[in-house]
Design a protein around this ligand. Structure first.
Ligand code: FAD
Length: 277
């Protein structure tokens, strides 16, 4: 289908983008276009103005920020996957970014777009949630930092205000004591996860502490599997509790019941892989 008519402006800076987004109620930012353009073509969204933020300088860099790795919002999935700083300090993030879609998707889609889109089937939101990451958001009143746990509000809904842009994403540096795994079950190579699992913990006294497990596509937002985390911390089987509290969707890819089963299998695999490393 052909998109409904819209105006198009190129933003030259974050401030310019914020100001352009304020010009119309129905304005939308455009980054890699890999989620927005399909929605436009389906006429599922009909913005009157597209503000192209994809050419703003300085938002596609990865930098060392002390205890964190900071990733600019326009950094493409391929660059997140291959950046030496991310590979060295947070291989969970680089590995998960490398599983997104296919090479075309990874060369266009951006980390900021992936988070702002708020799709519970996307991978990086759950990874960020497991890592207790932070998201910088810039709007008319300046920049604020939102914790990943507060950012995802509902299906395609985030804490972003209408004139706000994601500008930077921060993930903690993992140490040699950390163990991690990312598991993704999908029917075809380039599909979104039917269910995905991001798991990370710190080795301690022959077991683990600070276990964090986040689920992809098991509810309206990415979810922390608190009961499975407690089981992992206690050295018990986290599988049975993996889907506790989750309300997975039923769709053409899988029933809710099958997703619950998958969550159990994938959480077990994630913990086994993480602790075997
Ligand atoms: P856009 O499409 O440009 O924008 C998406 C939304 O975010 C829009 O509402 C836009 O207004 C908003 N937005 C964009 N950037 C910002 C910003 N900086 N600040 C505020 N709002 C912003 N994703 C996965 O996680 N896993 C997969 O396996 C996967 N497979 C895919 C397969 C295919 C075939 C396709 C087409 C996409 C797939 N995706 C997958 C989605 C892909 O990762 C998208 O690139 C990503 O979700 C959106 O990033 P974008 O830069 O393309 O955003």
């Amino acid at each position: 289908m052909i998109p409904a008519p819209f105006d198009y402006e190129v933003a030259e800076s974050v401030e310019h983008a914020v100001s352009l987004l304020g010009e119309r109620e129905e304005a939308k930012a455009l980054a890699g276009g890999h989620s927005l353009l399909p929605l436009l073509r389906l006429r599922a969204v009909r913005p009157s103005l597209l503000v192209d933020v994809g050419r703003i300088d300085g938002l596609a860099a990865v930098r060392d920020a002390g205890e964190w790795i900071a990733i600019g919002a326009l950094t493409r999935h391929h660059d997140v996957a291959t950046a030496a700083l991310v590979q060295e300090h947070n291989p969970l993030v680089s590995h998960a970014a490398g599983t997104i879609g296919d090479p075309q998707v990874r060369h266009r889609g951006t980390i900021g777009g992936s988070l702002a889109h708020g799709d519970p089937a996307s991978d990086l939101p759950a990874v960020l949630l497991a890592l207790d990451g932070e998201i910088d958001v810039t709007g008319p009143s300046g920049t604020r930092t939102v914790a990943a746990r507060d950012f995802f509000v509902g299906v395609f809904q985030t804490a972003l205000g209408p004139q706000e842009l994601v500008t930077e994403v921060r993930v903690p540096k993992l140490t040699g004591d950390h163990v991690w795994s990312f598991q993704k079950y999908r029917r075809r190579a380039q599909d979104w996860a039917t269910v995905g699992v991001a798991a990370v913990a710190r080795r301690q006294n022959g077991g683990v502490a600070e276990a964090a497990i986040a689920l992809v596509n098991m509810g309206a937002t990415p979810l922390r599997a608190a009961a499975a985390e407690a089981a992992w911390n206690a050295g018990e089987d986290p599988g049975p509790a993996a889907a506790e509290g989750a309300e997975p969707p039923s769709d053409t890819f899988a029933s809710a019941e099958f997703r619950r089963h998958l969550a159990q299998v994938l959480v077990r695999r994630a913990v086994a892989e993480a602790t075997a490393a």
